[in-house]
Design a protein around this ligand. Structure first.
Ligand SMILES: [Mn+2]
Length: 426
């Protein structure tokens, strides 16, 4: 396994880390990036160093110049394809490399025979290199949609469970066990309850379970042993009648530090901290700080609110034309959630959706979601004709980072390419 074949390489990485006087951690702002940074920070701190942390939504030609000048930096969950422009850096990443494997300072999962797409995340890889934090590494994997765990993640899980870092239980697998009213959680499970919450509330009342404590709705995790037994029996009976028992009940994983909240829900709280510009809180949460979890919950609620507002704004401002649906979210939709908003709106849409947002620096983010054309291909083609635009994507999703002045020109190209692609497919 990796331990034997690549031990020396990991060793060399650790030697360089030890030699750093004032290390700077540059990391991606999602759960995987935050978890990678947390594992790295803990390692460096234990060596007596005080790493500085820089959180990025992405590396692009507009910010890479500043990053390049930073000495002794460790770049996590980013940087593979910018390795030549990064200056002095150690990079740990799992994004698909479009470059050759010839850089000693780059550790990409794909270059050491691992499946960076489905089998290992950056935080998992960081935990392997530093020999610690496997549980945290798995949070990053969940954040990157690598759950259920397979391949290297499954091996990490095994070792995390052996150390007691991660604990497996059998429970409801659904989202919303923590800090959501029970009737809301039931709505995530059963369509009839989602359509009419009053039915869910009645369902719980009939079991003789109190749903409120004072003014607050209770959540599933706050049920007593006895109450949980009664509640589960009724829920599982309903699920089994619908033939969906396996979907809602089974293996659930928790971290030793937060046994009351399963790793999937913890991941969404950490993700929210990054999106709301509070990655530092997310890092403390994954390192097990209880006070930070409380703070993180507040941030998570705010994020949910912002997301709801952004979706509503986008829904009310969809401009339909011949080729696309256009949403101008400048000043209204934060670039960190533009992609999420478009993905949600594209659910019932056959037309390609293009959205724009800005972050007050004159740099725009343009996101595309489509069910009819290959977004990645269109973006690559546009970029190959316009070298000062930056972007990338895959089949159904992708986007650009551009200067505000270029928006009209870019939109012309996008429309033209979509017209052409749709024409070809008929
Ligand atoms: Mn990642």
């Amino acid at each position: 396994m990796w331990q034997s074949e690549y031990t020396e390489r990991f060793q060399r990485f650790r030697e360089i880390l030890k030699s750093f006087k004032s290390p700077v951690i540059v990391h991606h702002y999602d759960t995987d990036g935050i978890s990678s940074a947390a594992i790295m920070k803990q390692y460096l701190t234990e060596l007596g160093k005080e790493p500085e942390i820089i959180t990025l939504r992405g590396l692009n030609r507009f910010n890479i110049d500043e990053i390049r000048e930073i000495p002794e930096k460790i770049v996590l969950d980013l940087g593979t394809n910018s390795i030549e422009e990064l200056g002095e850096a150690l990079v740990i990443d799992h994004h698909d490399p479009r470059i050759e494997n010839k850089y000693n300072n780059l550790l990409n999962a794909f270059f050491i025979g691992l499946d960076g797409d489905k089998g290992i995340s950056s935080s998992g890889l960081t935990s392997i290199v530093l020999n610690r934090g496997e549980g945290i590494g798995l949070l990053g994997a969940i954040g990157d949609r690598q759950y259920p765990f397979r391949s290297t993640n499954a091996e990490l899980l095994e070792s995390a469970m052996r150390y007691g870092d991660v604990i497996k239980t059998t429970d409801l697998k659904v989202y919303g066990k923590y800090r959501r009213p029970m009737f809301v959680m039931l709505g995530y499970m059963f369509r009839d309850f989602a359509v009419d919450y009053r039915q869910a509330i009645r369902f719980i009342s009939k079991l003789g379970i109190k749903q409120k404590r004072g003014e607050e709705w209770r959540d599933y995790m706050s049920l007593t042993h006895q109450e949980r037994f009664i509640f589960l029996r009724a829920v599982l009976e309903k699920a089994s009648k619908l033939g969906m028992l396996d979907d809602i009940y089974g293996d659930v994983y928790v971290l030793r530090s937060f046994r009351e909240i399963d790793m999937n829900e913890l991941t969404s709280i950490v993700n929210a901290t990054g999106r709301e510009g509070k990655a530092r809180v997310g890092m403390e949460i994954v390192l097990g700080k209880r006070d930070s979890l409380r703070e993180g919950l507040g941030i998570w609620k705010k994020y949910q609110r912002n997301l709801r507002d952004a979706i509503r704004y986008a829904e009310e401002n969809m401009e339909y034309d011949r080729d696309i649906i256009y949403i101008d979210g400048r000043g209204k939709i934060d670039p960190s959630i533009l992609g999420v908003v478009l993905s949600i709106l594209s659910e019932g849409e056959t037309k390609t959706i293009v959205g724009v947002s800005d972050d007050q620096t004159g740099i725009l983010k343009v996101s595309i979601r489509s069910r009819t054309v290959n977004v990645g291909q269109i973006i690559n083609e546009i970029i190959s004709n316009n070298r000062d635009w930056e972007g990338g994507g895959h089949e159904g999703a992708g986007g650009f980072t551009i200067l505000e002045d270029d928006l009209d020109r870019l939109m012309l190209s996008i429309r033209e390419m979509i017209r052409r692609a749709e024409h070809q497919s008929f």
